[in-house]
Structure formats: structure tokens, C-alpha cells
Design a binder for this molecule. Structure first.
Ligand SMILES: CC(C)(COP(=O)(O)OP(=O)(O)OC[C@H]1O[C@@H](n2cnc3c(N)ncnc32)[C@H](O)[C@@H]1OP(=O)(O)O)[C@@H](O)C(=O)NCCC(=O)NCCS
Length: 455
């Protein structure tokens, strides 16, 4: 993680890490604590230094996601890698196991890439579970609102998460800001018509891929809005290099080396044999990372031309993959699009001034926010270089010469990475504007946002 690739103001000068550390140890939010206490529940921070409390917390997370009990080995591997997170448990003293939480949440300050190539501090939220015995009593709401207030209090301008179900987080101001595409390619039908770059593709051991993947992702992630700095623990899970990995031998690793001898791309995949027809196995590309166009072409060509394979599947791709233009028959690919990276703006001026915009213009935003963080009238002035400056405006009329846009924080967050046009949101009745097309030109971005992992 870069220490200082931040935004102007106190966060950049202190470095992202400093805020991340302040957030990890910040006290629990008082409003949420009181709300939970009124129902007999108590929140508590969980540390990886307390092995037993951590184990109980982790078991509750696993159960919450309908998974089985974690083994001692799994708990140890998770604990060793889990120190980057702020973990909260909600405890019910009247339950038969009062030391086991009835709800969980984890969060940390990561970096979200925004249009223009900057990574800005963002509160990543995960492991949100509430025991079925305690559902629909407002526990999730108390946890989510509490984390957002805590992040805002230490000056973090954004929050982000990936979701199990779409309807959960709009009520807290989150919106899908980068969609993902799942591809199923009938490779018997899709002939490779893309470039055939020099260089070479080779198999490598998984632990070699694990060494190469983090620095390669670091070099690549600022080029695509929506990507984040991936916690080290996640790379181990991907590469099957955690000591508790189940069936790691199923995953194969390859690298692409360019003509100058530099590794520019990596991929991981697994194969499921088709016992009825050995020429039609299914390959799932678990991860493909390409630093250059040549790496992208060489790795995808490898998959499209595999022998004994009928279908290649890949998930968390961009909705605008070059791959579509590299196969002879676009209908050989079935593409499903889903909401994926959710974003929630907490600090409007800091968030907007951090990104680059698609066109010059002046936009008078009137933002509503039920949780209050982003509520206000904000005047965004974008210069010819695409840099924005945000001030406030007052009165009932937008300032002369400005395009007026009235929207909720969900809609502003949805449009923030350039993944949806303000004109589309206006046509959907989600945004009101005096000139939605002009507002859309300002907020637009030429690179489709994407997030290549779950967290
Ligand atoms: C999703 C989950 C965390 C909700 O917890 P909860 O404590 O029951 O939620 P709350 O009682 O605080 O509900 C808060 C709001 O969300 C709504 N809500 C909760 N679960 C919902 C669901 N599955 N679908 C739609 N709305 C839901 C509630 O109706 C409530 O709405 P309102 O306050 O706007 O009236 C819980 O059901 C759970 O653990 N599910 C399994 C794990 C999971 O999917 N976690 C989310 C990971 S991204």
C-alpha cells in the first residue's frame, strides 16, 4: 500500500496509514452503543491479540454466511492475517453463550481508485452478519451507521463495500458504483482474432504467483477507478497459499513475460472435467491481472485456445472488456452484469476534488442525505484540465451559469466513479437537472470502473 498517495489536506500530509491506524483504535460510536444498550445488547471491539475472543468472533462470521465451523488451523491462519481490520462484535449477556457475539462487522481504511488515477482513503466494510436469532431488530443498522460515523470522525471521505444482497445498503447511502461482468465463453465457437504478442506464457508455482501478484496489482490499480489496494490476506486466499487452503492443487498459475523479460501479467485458473465428453471441460479463471495490452491479449488467448475445454468462465470482469473485440463471434460469450463495488460519499468536497472530471463546467449540486454526512448545496467548478473545486451555494436558485442537479447521496455515489451517467439517472427519475446531458458530460469518465475482487 502506498503511504502517501492521498488527497490534498490533512489526510495526504499525514499519509493514509496514519488515518488507518486512528480508525483501528477509535472508540465505538456512542449513538449506536446507546441504541443497542436500550435493547440489552453491548458492542465490543475484538482484537487479534485476544485469541479466544477472535476465534468466537470468526465462528460467528462463518455461521452468519451459512458456512461450517472453522477449524483451529483456519482460525490461526485468519488471526495471523486479520490484524489490519477493526472488528466489532455485538454481545447479548442474556444468551446461553454470552461471550460469543450475536452480530459482527469488520472495517479498515483502504484506498479506492477514483477517475484520474488517485487512490483515496475509503472505509472498507465487510463481515456484516446478524445471528438469525437476533435479526430485524435494528442491529445491522446500528453497526453500519456507527462505522460510518466513526470513519467520518477520523476524516475518511468515502466508504465502500461488496454485498451479498442488493437491497441492503442503499438505506445507508451506498450505491453500486462499479458493476461487474461474469463471462461464460463457448470456446469451441469463439476463435481468437486478437493480437498475438511476442513474449511468452509459462506455468509457475502458486507461491511464485503470490510473490508477484501484490506488486503487479500495485502498479496497475490506479489505472482503473473502482479498484482497491488488496489486503495481503486476500492474495493468500486467491493463490491458495494460506496454510488452511482447501484443495489448493486445483488452482493453476501462469505468467506472461514480455519480450524484454519482464513479468507483465498473471492468471489463476481451475478446471472441472466433463466426464461425459472429455473435449468439453470447464475452466474458471479465478483471477487475471494484466499490466499491458500485450499481457492481456497473451493471457486471454491462452484461455480461449485451451484444448479439451468447452467453456471458459470468468467473473468480476469489466462491463467493457476488450476481450469482446478479440473473439470472432461475440455471441459465443454470455455476459451477465451485476452490481459489485458499492460506494458511499461521506465528505462531498474532498471526494469530488480528489477525482478528475470528463469535461469543464459548473454544476450546482443539491444533495440530500438521510444520515446527514453529505447533505448540502455544493458548487462544483471544473476547469479545462478536469480538476474540480467545491464551494457551497445558498438561496433557492442555483447560481447563474451553473447546471442545477438535485439528487440523493445514493445517486451522487453511484455516478462518482463514472460507472453510470447522470443523464441515465435523470431518465430513471433518480436525479433532477436543468441540463442532465451537460451534467453527465462533466461527471463522465472514459474508463469504465471495475473491481476485480470481493472483500
Ligand atoms: C443482512 C443482515 C446483516 C441484516 O441484519 P438485521 O440486524 O436483521 O438488519 P436490521 O434489523 O438492522 O435492518 C435494517 C434495515 O435493513 C432491512 N433489511 C434487513 N435485511 C434485509 C434483507 N435481507 N433484504 C431487504 N432488507 C433488509 C430491514 O428491513 C431494515 O429496514 P429499515 O431500517 O430501513 O426499515 C442479516 O440478515 C444477516 O446477517 N444476513 C446474512 C449475512 C449477510 O448477508 N450479510 C450481509 C453481507 S454484505
Amino acid at each position: 500500500m502506498t503511504m502517501d498517495a492521498g488527497i490534498p489536506g490533512p489526510i495526504a500530509t499525514q499519509g493514509v496509514r496514519a488515518d488507518a491506524d486512528a480508525f483501528l483504535v477509535a472508540p465505538l460510536d456512542e449513538v449506536s452503543r446507546e441504541r443497542l444498550a436500550a435493547t440489552g445488547l453491548h458492542p465490543g471491539l475484538v482484537s487479534v491479540d485476544d485469541a479466544e475472543a477472535y476465534a468466537r468472533w470468526l465462528q460467528v462470521v462463518a455461521r452468519g454466511f451459512l458456512d461450517g465451523e472453522r477449524s483451529d488451523e483456519q482460525i490461526a491462519a485468519s488471526r495471523e492475517r486479520g490484524g489490519y481490520r477493526r472488528m466489532t462484535g455485538i454481545y447479548d449477556p442474556s444468551a446461553p453463550m454470552p461471550d460469543s457475539p450475536v452480530a459482527s462487522i469488520a472495517s479498515w481504511i483502504g484506498e479506492l481508485t477514483v477517475p484520474g488515477g488517485r487512490g483515496i482513503p475509503s472505509c472498507a466494510i465487510s463481515a456484516v452478519t446478524v445471528a438469525p436469532t437476533h435479526r430485524r431488530r435494528g442491529i445491522a443498522r446500528a453497526m453500519l451507521e456507527g462505522e460510518l460515523r466513526t470513519a467520518a470522525a477520523v476524516g475518511v471521505p468515502l466508504a465502500m463495500l461488496t454485498v451479498s444482497e442488493s437491497p441492503l445498503y442503499g438505506r445507508y447511502g451506498f450505491a453500486p458504483a462499479a458493476a461487474s461482468a461474469s463471462w461464460h465463453v463457448d470456446v469451441k465457437r469463439a476463435v481468437w482474432i486478437g493480437p498475438r504478442p511476442g513474449g511468452r506464457v509459462d506455468f509457475i508455482p502458486r507461491d511464485r504467483l503470490r510473490e508477484l501478484v501484490a506488486p503487479l496489482h500495485e502498479r496497475r490499480r490506479l489505472a482503473v477507478a473502482g479498484e482497491i489496494d488488496v489486503p495481503a490476506a486476500q492474495w493468500d486466499a486467491f493463490a491458495g497459499t494460506r496454510p488452511d487452503s482447501t484443495d489448493p492443487g486445483k488452482t493453476r498459475a501462469i505468467q506472461y513475460t514480455d519480450e524484454a523479460g519482464e513479468v507483465r501479467g498473471l492468471a489463476l485458473y481451475s478446471v472441472r472435467e466433463n466426464e461425459k465428453d472429455f473435449t468439453k471441460s470447464t475452466v474458471t479463471v479465478t483471477y487475471l491481472l494484466a499490466e499491458t495490452d500485450d499481457a492481456y491479449a497473451a493471457l486471454w488467448r491462452f484461455f480461449i485456445e485451451l484444448d479439451l475445454v468447452g467453456e471458459v468462465r470468468a467473473h468480476e470482469l469489466s462491463v467493457d472488456e476488450p476481450l469482446r473485440w478479440m473473439i470472432s463471434d461475440q455471441r459465443a460469450a454470455t455476459v451477465m452484469v451485476a452490481d459489485h463495488q458499492y460506494v458511499r460519499i461521506l465528505d462531498v468536497p474532498t471526494a469530488l476534488e480528489a477525482r478528475t472530471f470528463g469535461a469543464a463546467g459548473v454544476v450546482a449540486l443539491e444533495v440530500s442525505d438521510v444520515l446527514g454526512f453529505a447533505e448540502g448545496r455544493w458548487l462544483l467548478t471544473v476547469d479545462d484540465a478536469g480538476r474540480g473545486e467545491v464551494t457551497t451555494w445558498e438561496g433557492s436558485e442555483a447560481p447563474a451559469g451553473a447546471v442545477a442537479v438535485s439528487l440523493g447521496i445514493e445517486e451522487l455515489s453511484a455516478a462518482y466513479l463514472g460507472g453510470v451517467s447522470l443523464a441515465t439517472l435523470a431518465a430513471a427519475g433518480r436525479v433532477r437537472s436543468t441540463d442532465a446531458a451537460s451534467a453527465a458530460r462533466v461527471f463522465g469518465w472514459h474508463v469504465t470502473p471495475r473491481l476485480s475482487i470481493w472483500y
